[in-house]
Design a protein around this ligand. Structure first.
Ligand code: ZN
Ligand code: ZN
Ligand code: ZN
Length: 369
């Protein structure tokens, strides 16, 4: 289902309202995920030329674009809900933008706005002040509507299908990057438009949670952490499974089962009103109680939507309560330096009744060849 002009108008209206409630004069949004989410516009190239969406409560949303990109902007699905104006090469875009802003306003600005643009605005309006948009409004995109959930579920189903197909490829004797290339190809085959990551952590490389994929040749007896995802129809997938080449040892089985138990316990803890940090605590307790607490090196999860990493974060100290419609990963792991790692990750949605998995492929440790 395509998002309508009304969907985008409602998002922009809510963003402006939330900004006002947070004490901001408005939001200044440059190209990136927030701009896509708010008005459906993704410039074909992000350049030094200023593109700026200005949102303020009780004002019509205003999109300032370079004149030569106006046709692209006007074709965006949310464009009919915004007033578009342009600046031309030779003009000072910041002086033009200044005409849309309050001279002493305190604005939320896109996390990824170029310093070039923010400094330009500050020079044009020295009394303005700024906060990062995600710092000011961390939950702006966190609660997904039903159409967004449908897209996340479709992306999750595609990732599940990729996992089931990767089990049939040869692991032993091939390099990690070869299996990573298989994952990337399969993600595209299953409808992804963009591949964001294809982690293949074999043997000791699996103990490094940030290992991507390298030249190491996968061997019989290796545990292999697989973690892959990207965007399908503009919404993210992100799944981890850990497989074993040939029959695993008892210890490998035990560690894998422990991660699986932690993942399940965290999933069962998902209910509206439960603080994000509680999900992390539950997963961590299972692993710590078994003596592996020091080897669970990262937070339990992150939100997902038009990006593959965004609030809410399931991490100690995050008191934000879960709200129906929030979608996030639950991905505990155990990393044994020099030996192997295990991670199991599903995307989960919070519903009124509890968690709903958007990845449903098996958690059993698959044995591959
Ligand atoms: Zn092994
Ligand atoms: Zn992942
Ligand atoms: Zn993840």
């Amino acid at each position: 289902v395509a998002f309508t002009r009304e969907d985008y108008a409602a998002r922009m209206q809510r963003a402006a309202r939330d900004a006002a409630a947070a004490g901001l004069a408005g939001l200044l949004v440059t190209p990136g995920p927030d701009l896509v989410w708010l008005c459906g516009y993704r410039p074909t190239a992000v350049t030094e030329r200023l593109t700026l969406l200005v949102l303020a409560q009780d004002e019509e949303p205003h999109l300032l674009v370079p004149a030569l990109e106006r046709p692209d902007a006007a074709a965006a699905p949310g464009a009919r809900a915004v007033r578009i104006s342009e600046w031309r090469d030779g003009q000072d875009p910041y002086a033009v933008a200044a005409g849309l802003l309050r001279p002493n306003g305190h604005y939320g600005v896109s996390d990824s706005a170029w310093a070039l643009h923010l400094l330009g605005l500050q020079e044009a309006l020295p009394l303005t002040t700024y906060r990062a948009l995600t710092t000011a409004l961390p939950m702006l995109r966190a609660v997904k509507d039903t159409h967004e959930v449908a897209r996340l579920a479709a992306a999750g189903a595609a990732a599940d299908a990729v996992y089931e197909e990767i089990l049939a490829v040869r692991f032993a004797g091939r390099r990690e990057i070869d299996v990573a290339a298989d994952l990337a190809r399969l993600l595209l085959v299953h409808g992804h438009s963009q591949v964001d990551f294809t982690v293949v952590g074999s043997g000791p490389n699996g103990a490094n949670p940030h290992h991507a994929a390298g030249d190491r040749v996968i061997e019989d007896g290796d545990m292999v952490v697989l973690d892959f995802g990207g965007l399908k129809d503009g919404y993210g997938s992100d799944i981890s499974r850990t497989v074993h080449v040939g029959p695993p040892t008892d210890e490998e089985r035990t560690v894998h089962e422990l991660v699986r138990t932690a993942q399940q316990a965290a999933f069962e803890a998902v209910h509206p009103g439960v603080p994000c940090q509680e999900i992390d605590r539950v997963a961590r307790a299972v692993i710590a109680d078994a003596g592996y607490g020091d080897h669970f090196l990262h937070r339990t999860g992150h939100g997902i939507g038009v990006t593959t990493h965004e609030p809410p974060y399931l991490v100690a100290g995050e008191e934000q309560p879960l709200v129906p419609g929030m979608c996030f990963s639950i991905e505990p792991g155990i990393y044994l330096p020099g030996r192997f790692g295990v991670r199991i990750e599903d995307i989960v949605m919070c519903t009124e009744e509890g968690g709903r998995r958007l990845n449903v492929t098996s958690h059993e440790m698959a044995v591959v060849a």
